[in-house]
Design a protein around this ligand. Structure first.
Ligand code: 5GP
Length: 131
């Protein structure tokens, strides 16, 4: 799947944070400016087959990166969510948390437009500066 390819470095991504167990990068089709994904390096499809140590590492990265997203996007709140299985709306079968600045309830469904890579990089740089 596409996130496994990103982890193997076979396709590019706009990274904001990486450690031994996790990677955080810009969503290519952002639902709002500052939409970031956090994935484990361990293989897992959903929350239900995610090893506990990988889950813990993901939460730690969400805490670190989520606060930077809020600072960078100058908003005092964010939404963290994830989908388990296609029936729930999961389109990439590698576990991932979404971090969205602001409220998910204000949005309708999936984004449909690709982000401009130069704009995504600018936002990534802002987030990185807040880490
Ligand atoms: P899901 O619906 O599975 O929870 O979310 C998958 C997310 O991955 C979507 O928001 C989609 O825009 C994003 N995505 C899909 N393919 C790629 C890709 O190749 N690169 C990046 N950075 N994001 C992707």
């Amino acid at each position: 799947n596409i996130f496994a390819k990103i982890l193997r470095g076979e396709i590019p991504s706009i990274k904001v944070y990486e450690d031994d167990a996790t990677l955080a990068f810009m969503d290519i089709m952002p639902q709002v400016e500052g939409h970031v994904l956090v994935i484990p390096k361990a293989q897992a499809t959903t929350m239900y087959d995610l090893p506990a140590d990988a889950a813990s590492a993901c939460i730690k990265t969400v805490q670190h990166v989520g606060q930077a997203v809020q600072k960078a996007m100058q908003i005092d709140g964010s939404t963290v969510f994830q989908h388990n299985g296609a029936a729930a709306g999961q389109t990439v079968p590698h576990f991932h948390f979404h971090i969205l600045p602001g409220s998910l309830l204000a949005l309708k469904g999936h984004a449909t437009e690709m982000g401009d890579p130069a704009e995504l990089q600018k936002i990534a740089d802002k987030i990185i500066a807040c880490l």
